[in-house]
Design a protein around this ligand. Sequence first.
Ligand code: 0X9
Ligand code: ZN
Length: 412
Amino acid sequence: MKITKVLVAAAFIAVGFLPFQNAYTVDSTQYWMKVRAKDKFERSLIANTGLAIETTREDFVVGVGSLEEKNAIERLGLLEVSFPLTDAMDFPTKDAAFHNYAEMTEKLRTLVTNHSSIAQMSSIGKSVEGRDIWAIRISGNLAQADSLPAAVFMGGHHAREHLSIELPIYYVEYLLTEYAKGNPRVQRLVNSRDIHFIPMVNPDGAEYDISTGSYKSWRKNRTRNNNGTYGVDLNRNYAYGWGGEGASTSPNSETYRGPHAFSEPETQAIKKYVDTHENITILLSFHTYSQLILYPWGHVYESIANAQDKQVHETMAKKMAEWNGYTPQQSSELYIASGDTTDWSYAEHKIISFTFELDPGNSGWGSGGFYPGAGVIPEVQRKNLEPVLYLIEYSDNPYRVLGSGNGPIFKP
Ligand code: 0X9
Ligand code: ZN
C-alpha cells in the first residue's frame, strides 16, 4: 500500500492576487490497530470512533481506521498496537517477490478458483490477531480424499523465515498447473493422494516482521504475554516433550515455550487439522536456514525407539539429501529443543515427520541468513521439488522405502 497524502489546492483564478494560503494537506493514511476491549460497551465506544472493526476477540478488537480515529482511540486509553498502512507493511522493494499475507491469500485463492475440481482452500483457524490460517487441499478425488494417503507440508512457523512460505505456495502452484497441463506424473500423484499445504502458520509474526518496510528479525507469534512482552515460539509450543530442555520459560525469550502446551491459536489450529486428518502419514515443516533435513527426536539425544520408524526417517532423509544437497540428521544433532512440530506429529500420530532448514547454509549465500534476498527463491523451490514429490509418492506406505513387504500398508 502506498502513502496517500492528498494535496488539495483550491484553484483560485483571480486576477492579480491570491487571497490566502489555500493549500492544505489531508492525511488519508489508514492505520491497522489492535485495541483493548473487554466487553460490548468498550467495543461500542471503539466502533463509535469510526474504526472499522475486522476481528473481535475476548479482550481486544482489530481494525483499520484513519489518524483521527486512531487519536480518538488513544484518548480512550485503549490503543495497544498500531501500524500505518503505508509503504511499510510490505517487503523491502528488492524483496518484493516474497508474498506478504494479502498477496499469498490472493494467490492461493486465484489458484484454487482456477482449479476448483482438484483444490480447496479453507481457514483452519485464526491467529492471535485474527488472521485466517489457510490450508490448501489438493486431490483428484476431493469427495473421497479422507480415504486416500495424505501428506502435509507447512511453512512460516517462524516469522522471519519468509523463504519457508514461498515453497508451499510454489508447490501448490506447481501441482495445480502441471496437472492441468497433463503432466502424467503429477496427474497420477494428485489422483491417488490427498495433499495438504499450510504455507503460513504464523501470519501475525510474518506481517509484523515486515511492518516497517525493513526487517525486524522477529521469530515468534504476536501473543501479548503476561509481562507485557510479545510472542511465543510456535516451534516450542507443541505438546510432546513440552517443558523440557531447549525452550525458555521466560516470555522475553526468543524461544519462549508459552504458558502451557498448545497455548497458542496457531499451534491449536495445526493440532486440530492434523488430529482430524487421520490419513496423514507424512509431514514436512519448512524452516530456514542451514541446509538440513531433520527428523525426530529433537527433545532428547536418544533416537526414536522403533527401529523400523527410525530407519524410514533415515532412509528418506538420505534420499532427499541427494536432491537438495542438504545434510540429513536427527534434530537433536543440531541442538536439543522441546515442543517442536515434528516430535509431536511423530509421537502423537506416528506420522513420518521432517523439518527442512532451507538455504542458505551457514556459510552459504553471503551473510543472507534469514534474509537471503528474493533471488534465491526459484533455486530453493527447484531443489526441493523432488523431495516433495517423493514424500507425496511414498505417503501410501512410507515403509516401502525399506523394500517391499515392509511396514503397515496404508489403510483408509
Ligand atoms: O529451533 C528451531 O525451532 C528450528 N531451527 S530455526 O532456526 N528454524 O528456528 C530447528 C528445530 C529442530 N528441532 C529440534 N532441534 N528439536
Ligand atoms: Zn524456524
